[in-house]
Design a protein around this ligand. Sequence first.
Ligand SMILES: C[S@@+](CC[C@H](N)C(=O)[O-])C[C@H]1O[C@@H](n2cnc3c(N)ncnc32)[C@H](O)[C@@H]1O
Length: 353
Amino acid sequence: MSTQNIKAIDAIQEAQKIAFAPFVFQATVSLRNLGVFDLIFQHRKKGGITIEDIAKTLSISTYGIGVLLEIAESSNIVSQDDNKKFSLTTIGYFLAYNETVNVNINFTQDVCYKGLYHLEEAIKTQQPSGLKELGDWSTIYEGLSKLQPKIQQSWFEFDHHYSDDVFQEALETVFRTNPKVIYDVGANTGKFAISGSKYSDDVSIKMVDLPGQLKIALDNVEKAGFKNRVTHHEIDWLSENPTLPKGADTIWMSQFLDCFSEDEILTILKACANAVKDDGEILIMETFTDRQKFDNAKFILEATSLYFTVMANGNSKMYPAEVFLQLIDKAGLQLKEDIAVGEYHTILVCKKK
Ligand SMILES: C[S@@+](CC[C@H](N)C(=O)[O-])C[C@H]1O[C@@H](n2cnc3c(N)ncnc32)[C@H](O)[C@@H]1O
């Protein structure tokens, strides 16, 4: 439907949906968490289930189930037949059971919801004004290792969900030159260090991150049995003149540079250019906004940008690839390969000029 030709009656309906979007979102979270979606789904072959039976089975008032299902019906999440029995629509089914949708719901609810209230302030001040809802840190990365368990779980699930599926394909790209020393910049939980160490018996991986993150990553590496081949380097990229030790065959940065502003990315790329061997490679894996085939993927990235604005650091975003290509050039690097991985990711392979 072209938004230019939308009828006024439809446009006001869309505008009202936006006006009350948080109500629909919270109703959805409640319906999912209270087990209402599951119960309706279990009754799909029996022609659905009434409000009274849902209320009785879940020991919740008919009033409570009623108000939730009313707005869910108007939002096309459930439908009701002539016998007042409810079924999930396809939208309802995705809200209840699609993994990506649920990872996004948990991230929105647990990490971002309260903080989003402060978006306007974050835009004005260029500070992550919503972060105070989670803790007293200047960026969310300082606090990642100290987040409350449920919030931390939703953060990590969101982060990992968008890289897990392409990891195997990405490893094949990283190891196609048989590197012996890899730096994983933005090592996070050590997931790459562990899978890379499994992939090759003679690689040594240096994890680079903030101290709090490295502690979690080192624990995971030790548990996985790779302590002898994984080293670490503590860094705060926002400090004065951050540097990396020299000597990397490959520097790997996955979903990392989007955590920084363009100026900060340039600083990081220059430090990488200094640290990598003359014939080494710098690999950047990102989900770029201008490389998405599906509108809903682009929409997720745009929402993620607002998370950076209000919760993470106040000055970074999901970028189009063209911004990175200019920064790569400015940092004294040249693009050698531009590889599409999976449905959403791109790996930019860079070398020294
Ligand atoms: C989105 S996560 C990276 C995810 C991981 N590489 C992956 O592919 O799943 C970003 C990482 O950057 C690190 N980071 C953010 N700000 C940083 C800073 N100022 N200095 C060092 N590391 C930082 C965070 O601690 C976090 O581990």
